[in-house]
Design a protein around this ligand. Sequence first.
Ligand code: C2E
Ligand code: MG
Ligand code: MG
Length: 760
Amino acid sequence: MSSLYAMIMCAIVAFSAIILNVLLTLFPNYTTYIIVGYLAVLVTGVSYATGYKIYEISTRVKHRKKMIREITKHINPMVIVWDADFSYIDVNDDFTKNLGYTAADLMANKDYLRKVLPADAFQDNLQAIINNRDEEFYATAYDGSKICTIWNTSMIYTTTINKKTTYLLMSIGPNLTETINMKSELMRYSKELAESENKYMLSMELAEIGLMLKEPGGSRFYISEQLQAMLGIEEEFISSADLRALFHPKDRIIFDSFAGSTGNRADDKAGQIHSVEFRAITPDMTYHWFQFRYKTMSNKNVLQASIGGAVIDITKEKEKDSLIEKMAYVDDVTQIFNRNKFMMTGEELLAWTKDDPALDYWLIVIDIDGFHIINDTCGYANGNKLLADVAAIITSCLTEGGFAARIGGDNFAVLIKANGDDELPVEIIKRIQSDILSIHSDSLETHSITCSAGFCKMSDGKDEFSKVLDRAEFALSLSDGTRSSIIRYDSTVHDKIIKGTEIEKDLTKALENNELVLYYQPKIDLTTGIVMGMEALIRWIKPDGRIVPPSEFIPVAESSLLITKISKFVLYEACRQNKKWQDIGLAPVTVSINLTAIDFYQTNVTETIKKALADTGLEPQWLDVELTESLALKDIDHAIQQMNEIKELGVKLSMDDFGTGYSSLSYIQVLPITLLKLDRSFIMYLEEDEISREIVSAVIRIAKSKHIETVAEGIETSGQAQILKQSGCDWAQGYFFGKPMPADQFEEFLRMRQNHPAEV
Ligand code: C2E
Ligand code: MG
Ligand code: MG
């Protein structure tokens, strides 16, 4: 280009010199003008030529810039083309896409440039930025985010116009943000992985966890270093057969269960964790217990799946377990199973019998008769020895499928499999009883050992096992202290007792809620028709108004300690009421109360009566205690002693229901009674039955000879009253004279009869 420019310049100068000579020759008079004109033309020509050159250069630069733009416009790395003095800036699409700036933005605001170009670009040190080709640079995008890149800057053009040099630079840089992030993330991961792997190996070692892995399809096992130490293996790989040989012979079946695992079994889903426990020989030549928790790992590339997992030594836990099991399930004294184990076994058996009704199990409960006496007289050590002997006998008498346990104190329980033989329970019990009878020991002194048993069929009920045990224990409880009893459970007896306990509960509440009240029935003097006394008869008035007669609840109360509470209530209430009537001016009468054998024999009845009289202020002669004939005969010596004590208080004593029991007049002679109550059963047929009449008058006569007064119960007709009066009976009690009535009514009755004695 510069040679063409020189040629043009030379041509212009040569051509102008020729024109100048021609003009000077043709117009010699105008030399001055011609020279001045020539110079003017020359200067203009040179100036024009120079201007052309500037024009030509700038056109070329523009052309190049355009070309660069076309080339870089759609390429992927970010491109920024820039003049060193920033008079020109262009960017490609990728630049705008990543950083958000257009070329116009950068041209308009130089601050933006500082955000996208390295500092070197602004320090007149272009070489530095050109050389710096591998330094990460974080450009700040238009939205403030950081984009990481490595600018690769080249000087693409240099030109000097009018002594001014222009440097055109092009920086190319990929958006490395994601890559860099990934890189640092990867570095972090690998660091963590390395750390965790270290930790993993360390924890495996510290926790003494071995790893065992069956090779896919192969017959070798990988054994971790830890497990090698645990099993005394010296290599990392061991053949299936060699590993199996280390297993306890009884546990090799367990080895086969996982070593043969292909991962193809229906129940063996990949990833499912299994756990097995086995014994294997250890370097000290003892068998240890191990637990292998493994899972199947299926691999598409190999036909057979592999299995792998952790192995831990659980010997200590096993030892603890068996000790705990022993402590939890074995009885210390007898070394046979205890109640816990018995209940567990029973529940399992019961579940089986429910599934399979053909299974025929019986439950027997055995109790050593009078064991507490042996314990008290021979000492606990001998008592314990006896328990152990009995346990051994019971165990030896078991038939196949049987199970025995000590379920508490001197109680043993046995489960037997009878296979349809209903006689077997009794046979076994008898065998046990006869073997126990043969226990002889100096330390047991003269005691002969017997035992009683209650038993029931397991399938007798559909409920839980504890109920089955309850039934056998209930049967046993019916032995009531009788030695060598054998009692089979009977549901009808049980039902009655259960009903009784329900009444008992209600009765306890009734006592608390004052639902028990006394009714009074008059006793009339047969000669005068005057009220001589009254019998206090208890009633239970339920909240709904229903009146429960004593026959329904007194027997239930008698089977528990409730009766003493009831009797005490009756005693106090009768005394209090009688005293009250005396205090309000009614003629004094005797009040009779009924006592049971429990009141009479098991409590200090004399003291109680004495205290009741003192507390209520009633004088003793106005109280009469009715005792039945059967009560007195239970323990006649004791009865006589007690009755004498009561009589000494000044209280009267009546023989109730005479004629229903032994009816022996000889007893009357020895019992310190003041009154004989002829039972209603004698009175009922007096009018039509001559024998009844004769018996009644004979009894009255004998009583009189013994200075015992008589009262007839259950008089319902005037005829009965007449006969009794004629027979010399002193008093009369019955509906004919007055039914049992509540206190307020009886008060009215007393008042009325004071002025109008009954007509007999
Ligand atoms: P009990 O001591 O022989 O009382 C007499 C029973 O005969 C009473 O029955 C009375 O209502 C009934 N009776 C009286 N006269 C006649 C009559 O003319 N005809 C008929 N059919 N019956 C008559 P109750 O009150 O039902 O008492 C029954 C038994 O309950 C009493 O026989 C007594 O043994 C016992 N009892 C009642 N109250 C008490 C009490 O507070 N404590 C105790 N331990 N037993 C009581
Ligand atoms: Mg009575
Ligand atoms: Mg009676």
